[in-house]
Design a protein around this ligand. Structure first.
Ligand SMILES: Cc1cc2nc3c(=O)[nH]c(=O)nc-3n(C[C@H](O)[C@H](O)[C@H](O)COP(=O)(O)OP(=O)(O)OC[C@H]3O[C@@H](n4cnc5c(N)ncnc54)[C@H](O)[C@@H]3O)c2cc1C
Ligand SMILES: *[C@@H]1O[C@H](CO)[C@@H](O)[C@H](O)[C@H]1NC(C)=O
Ligand SMILES: CC(=O)N[C@H]1CO[C@H](CO)[C@@H](O)[C@@H]1O
Length: 608
C-alpha cells in the first residue's frame, strides 16, 4: 500500500526529526511526513519507551555488554534523557570546520542554539546562583524550555569550595563558548516543572497542522531509489518502505516536484523532495546499510546488494566512556548524616511529602535531577604531574580527529574530564547503599575518549538490532586519564572543606590503591554516558565521511542525515542542545535554498 506523497519524508520522529519536521511546515506550501517506529504519548513526562540495546561484549570492560537505552516514540531520546542542557567549548565546534565542513563553527551555530530555546531566569535566581550571562548567546523565544534548578543540595557549597581549593574556577556563564570550570546546570524543564522534549516543545504546538502527517508505529526498513540517477550520477531516493502492524507499506516523496525538476534541471532535485534520516546514532547507519549504502564487506557479509559504496557508514562511533557500571560515577563517599541525600526518598512518607511540594510549588528534590553542579576540567586541572600520555600513543580514533584531540591534550583549554556531584549513591551494578546512611557520588567522565567503535547491521533482517561495539578503553590514554580522575576525586574528598562532609570512601574503597588496582576497578565499572555520535560523520568523502556540510549523503541527490550521528568529533558537553542546533541549522539551510531557487518555487506552486 502506498500511503501518499510529500515534499519531505522525515524518517524518525525523535529529537531532531520533530524539530526538523515542524520547522519545515512553517512554510505553508510544504508538506512533510514523519515516520516514527514508536507511539505518540499523551503523558509526555513519563513514557516507558526504550529500544533497550546492548553493546557487544566489551573487552575493555571485562567482557561486559553495556546497556544502551534509546528513546522509542514521538520525541525519541528527548523523552527519556536526563534533561541536562549544556554547550561545548567554541573550539570544539570550530573543529567541525577544521575537519572539512565550511560554515560549521561556533559563530554560526550560536544563532541556532538561540533559535531552539527559551531561557528566562529571574533576577533573584541569577543572584542566588551567582550567574551572569551574555544575552547574545541565549535564546528568549525558541521552543525548547531551559530553566535553572529549583532545589540545591547542601553538599554543593563545600564541594564548590573544595574544587576551588584545587584550582577549578566557578564559571558564571558556561554557555557562551568557554565551558571550563564549575557551573550550575540548566535543564530542559519548563517553568511548570515539566520535561521539555522535542515532542512537547516542537510537536505539540504543530500537531494540528494539516501539512504535517505523522505515522507512528511505522518502522522504516529500506530507502527506495529511482531506477535512474540524476545528471551528476547521484542516486535519487524516491521513497521509504516501512513496516506497520506487520504489513509492508511505502511512502513517496512528491511526484510533482520530481517531475518538474526532472524536466528542468536534475541537479536541483537535491533542494526539494528531500528525505532526511533522523534515526539516531545506532539506527541511522543500520537503515543506510539495509538500503545498500555502506562498506562493501559489511554489505556482502549480510547479503545486501550494494547501491552506493560509502565505507564510513557506521564507523567512527564515538561515545563517552566513564567509570561506573550502571550509569556513571566511580567515586562514592558516605556523607555526614547532617547532609540529606537522595536515599531519603526511599522512605514512602518522605517521598509523598516531596511529591506534595512538587505538585504545589514545582520545587523540592523532585523538581529536577538532583545533580545541579557540573564541572569540565582541562588536563592541567586534574592530571597534576602525571601526564603519562605522549603524542606517540596508539589510539583507535579517525586520524584527522586524532590529530586535533592530541593538540587539545597539550593545550589545556579544552576540557578532558567531566566531574558531576550527585547527592546520593548512583546506580552501580553490584553495589548498594546501606539503609539509613547518606551518600555523595562523584561522576567522572572522559569528554574526549581516544577509543572509537562501530555500528553495523548484524543481519539483513530490518527488525533486528544493529551490532554496537564501542571498543571502550581500548587504549592506555583513556585509562590513564580515568586513573588520574579517580585520584583527583580522592584528593577532593580530603580537602579541608569536604573532609568533614565525605566521611568514608565507599568506592573504589580503601583496598584499591596502586595504579593497576585502579585500572582494574575502572574496567569493572566503566559505562557510557549515552552520547553516541559519529556513525554518519560530516567529513570529506575521501576521509570516510558520509554526509557533506549540507548533511546530504555523498553520492545521493536528496538523502540527508539530520541527527547525532553526523557529529564528527566529540564535545565536552551533554549533546542534546547541540543536536537541536543541528536540526535548526539544517532546516534554515534547506529553506534558504528553496527560496532562492526560482525554478523550484515554480514547482511548488504547481504542487500546491
Ligand atoms: C538515557 C539517556 C539519557 C541522556 N541524557 C542526556 C542529558 O541529560 N543531556 C543531554 O544533553 N543528552 C542526553 N542524552 C543524549 C540525547 O538525548 C541524545 O543524544 C539525543 O536525544 C539524540 O537525538 P537524535 O535525534 O539523534 O536521536 P533520537 O532522539 O534517539 O531519535 C531517533 C528516533 O528514530 C526512531 N527510529 C529509530 N529507528 C527507526 C526506524 N527504523 N523507523 C522509524 N523510526 C525509527 C526512534 O524511535 C526515535 O524516535 C541522553 C540519552 C539517553 C538515551
Ligand atoms: C574560561 O572560564 C573560566 C571560568 O570562568 C576562566 O577561569 C578562564 O579564564 C576562562 N578562559 C578563557 C580563555 O577565557
Ligand atoms: C550549560 C548552560 O547552558 N549553562 C547556563 C545556565 O544558565 C546560566 C544563566 O544564564 C548561564 O550563565 C549558563 O551559561
Amino acid at each position: 500500500m502506498d500511503f501518499g506523497s510529500f515534499d519531505y519524508v522525515v524518517i524518525g520522529g525523535g529529537t531532531t526529526g520533530l524539530a526538523l519536521a515542524t520547522r519545515l511546515v512553517e512554510d505553508p506550501v510544504v508538506s512533510v511526513c514523519v515516520l516514527e517506529a514508536g507511539f505518540a504519548f499523551k503523558n509526555l513526562g513519563k513514557p516507558n519507551v526504550d529500544w533497550g540495546f546492548f553493546s557487544t561484549p566489551q573487552a575493555g570492560a571485562k567482557g561486559r555488554s553495556l546497556y544502551l537505552p534509546r528513546g522509542k516514540g514521538l520525541g525519541g531520546s528527548s523523552l527519556i534523557n536526563l534533561m541536562t542542557l549544556g554547550r561545548g567549548h567554541w573550539e570544539e565546534y570550530d573543529a567541525f570546520q577544521t575537519l572539512g565542513s565550511p560554515g560549521w563553527n561556533w559563530e554560526s551555530l550560536i544563532e541556532y542554539f538561540r533559535k531552539s530555546e527559551t531561557f528566562a531566569p529571574t533576577a533573584e535566581e541569577m543572584s542566588k546562583l551567582e550567574i551572569e550571562f551574555n544575552p547574545a548567546a541565549h535564546g528568549t523565544s525558541g521552543p525548547l524550555q531551559r530553566t535553572l534548578p529549583k532545589w540545591i543540595n547542601a553538599v554543593q557549597a563545600p564541594f564548590i569550595e573544595g574544587m576551588k581549593s584545587l584550582g577549578v574556577p566557578y564559571n558564571p556563564d558556561s554557555a557562551s563558548g568557554n565551558n571550563t570550570g564549575m557551573w550550575i546546570s540548566n535543564h530542559s524543564i519548563d517553568s511548570h516543572g515539566a520535561r521539555s522534549s522535542s515532542a512537547s516543545a516542537y510537536y505539540s504546538p504543530n500537531q494540528h497542522n494539516s501539512h504535517l502527517t505523522v505515522i507512528t508505529s511505522a518502522q522504516a526498513t529500506r530507502i527506495l531509489f529511482s531506477s535512474s540517477t540524476d545528471a551528476s550520477g547521484n542516486l535519487v531516493a524516491s521513497g521509504v518502505e516501512y513496516r506497520k502492524n506487520g504489513q509492508a507499506h511505502t511512502v513517496s516523496a512528491a511526484r510533482e516536484v520530481l517531475l518538474c525538476v526532472q524536466v528542468k534541471d536534475l541537479s536541483r532535485l537535491s533542494f526539494t523532495n528531500v528525505i532526511p534520516i533522523a534515526l539516531g546514532t545506532f539506527k541511522t547507519p543500520q537503515l543506510l546499510e539495509l538500503s545498500g549504502i555502506g562498506d562493501k564487506t559489511v554489505l556482502e557479509a549480510h547479503g545486501v546488494d550494494m547501491r552506493l559504496e560509502l565505507p564510513g557508514v557506521g564507523k567512527n562511533l564515538r561515545s563517552y566512556s566513564f567509570l561506573l557500571d550502571h550509569f556513571w560515577s566511580p567515586f562514592v563517599s558516605e556523607t555526614n548524616a547532617k547532609y540529606e541525600s537522595a536515599e531519603v526518598l526511599k522512605d514512602p512518607a518522605r517521598a509523598a511529602q516531596e511529591w506534595q511540594i512538587y505538585e504545589k510549588s514545582k520545587t523540592g528534590m523532585l523538581s529536577g535531577t538532583c545533580s545541579t553542579l557540573y564541572s569540565f576540567l582541562t588536563m592541567n586541572q586534574f592530571m597534576g604531574e602525571n601526564y603519562a600520555i605522549t603524542e606517540q600513543m596508539h589510539t583507535s580514533l579517525h586520524p584527522s580527529v586524532e590529530v586535533i584531540q592530541k593538540q587539545w591534550l597539550g593545550a589545556n583549554e579544552i576540557p578532558f574530564l567531566e566531574v558531576v556531584l550527585f547527592p546520593g549513591f548512583l546506580p552501580i551494578a553490584g553495589h548498594k547503599p546501606e539503609d539509613g546512611k547518606s551518600y555523595s557520588s562523584i561522576f567522572l567522565a572522559l569528554t574526549h575518549p581516544f577509543s572509537s567503535g562501530t555500528v553495523h547491521i548484524a543481519s539483513s533482517d530490518p527488525l533486528a538490532a544493529p551490532a554496537i561495539n564501542h571498543q571502550v578503553l581500548d587504549n592506555e590514554v583513556d585509562l590513564n586519564i580515568l586513573v588520574n580522575a579517580v585520584k583527583f576525586a580522592r584528593k577532593l574528598a580530603t580537602t579541608p572543606s569536604l573532609s568533614a562532609v565525605f566521611t568514608r570512601e565507599v568506592l573504589p574503597g580503601a583496598g584499591i590503591q596502586t595504579d593497576d588496582e585502579i585500572k582494574d576497578y575502572i574496567r569493572s565499572t566503566v559505562d557510557t554516558v549515552f552520547h553516541p555520535i559519529g556513525t554518519a560523520s560530516m567529513l570529506p568523502r575521501e576521509l570516510g565521511g558520509v554526509v557533506d556540510p549540507s548533511l546530504k549523503v555523498y553520492g545521493t541527490s536528496n538523502l540527508r542525515v539530520v541527527d547525532a550521528s553526523i557529529i564528527p568529533i566529540h564535545l565536552s558537553a551533554h549533546i542534546q542542545a547541540t543536536v537541536y542546533a543541528i536540526a535548526e541549522k539544517v532546516t534554515s539551510h534547506i529553506r534558504f535554498v528553496l527560496v532562492i531557487d526560482l525554478d523550484c518555487i515554480g514547482c511548488r506552486h504547481y504542487h500546491s
